[in-house]
Design a protein around this ligand. Structure first.
Ligand SMILES: Nc1ncnc2c1ncn2[C@@H]1O[C@H](COP(=O)(O)OP(=O)(O)OP(=O)(O)O)[C@@H](O)[C@H]1O
Length: 259
């Protein structure tokens, strides 16, 4: 599934926080959006799928396999999000409902879109929990989010994002809240599942070292604009824009401190 973003702009309170941004993710391709805090990465992703804050004015074009998403009625957007796009966000605890079991939440996209009976949904949740490497899947599906570790909660987040087999996955800093070892494990899992599904991917991060493990192409954002783009390997070795240079230095520093 392809995603074509052209001239995307987001204005909040008269301030342009995303400005004339264009990028393309081809079928099965993986693109990274990188930039410092506040550069507009999250708003880009959220605006593209109709989840920008209410006060945001979003203009431009976002084509999902040729279908315009900007201006699409919320009902339609919700359907597209549920069936064609999977999302994983930074903080799984706030994304999860504390009052519902993990299994119920993993199966929710299926219950909504395939109208699966409860029993069948539970079986699929157990299967998905196993696939993302949650320990003792039969038991884990009956637990509540607070009973899991941060890494386990993010595995749940990934299971939810992938269970309906979306053709496009949007991940916004999915490993930032985790310690380095867990981060590595979750990234490896994430990459394997995206590969197996052949899904297209947009991966948001401020960490070039993380990005290098997941995507091939990258767009560097600064103050809502694309300041550099290209292959991750090329940019890691020869960054041109000062912002990109800063990100490369930061990535080197984390790689050294981790080794
Ligand atoms: N609801 C909002 N109201 C006003 N300003 C906002 C709102 N959401 C985001 N912004 C502003 O828009 C800009 C871009 O924010 P965004 O969250 O997209 O950045 P980011 O690159 O994802 O940052 P981070 O890495 O810290 O998540 C920031 O200056 C932010 O303060």
């Amino acid at each position: 599934m392809s995603l074509d973003v052209t001239g995307l702009a987001v204005e909040i309170g008269g301030r342009r926080v995303v400005d004339d941004l264009s990028f393309r993710v081809g079928d099965g391709a993986r693109l990274g959006l990188i930039g410092e805090s506040g550069s507009g990465k999250s708003l880009t992703v959220l605006s593209a799928i109709g989840l920008a804050p209410e006060e945001a004015v979003v203009t431009g074009s976002v084509l999902l396999d040729g279908r315009e998403l900007i201006g699409l009625p919320e009902r339609e957007l919700a359907r597209v999000r549920g069936s064609q796009i999977g999302t994983v966000f930074q903080d799984p605890l706030s994304a999860l409902n504390p009052l519902h079991t993990v299994g119920r939440q993993i199966a929710e996209p299926l219950r909504l879109h395939e109208r699966l009976p409860k029993r069948e949904a539970r079986l699929r949740a157990v299967e998905a929990a196993r696939e993302v490497g949650l320990p003792d899947p039969e038991t884990v599906v009956d637990l509540y989010p607070h009973q899991l570790s941060g890494g386990q909660r993010q595995r749940v987040g990934i299971a939810i994002a992938l269970i309906a087999r979306p053709a496009l996955i949007l991940a916004d800093e999915p490993t930032t809240a985790l310690d380095v070892t867990t981060q590595e494990e979750i990234l490896a899992l994430f990459r394997r599942l995206v590969d197996e599904r052949g899904a297209s991917l947009v991966f948001v991060t401020h960490d070039l070292a993380v990005l290098a493990q997941v995507t091939d192409e990258v767009v560097v954002l600064s103050e809502g604009r694309a300041v550099e783009r290209g292959r991750v390997a090329t940019i890691l070795h020869a960054p041109e824009h000062p912002v990109t240079r800063g990100l490369v230095e930061a990535a080197r520093a984390t790689t050294w401190s981790a080794s």
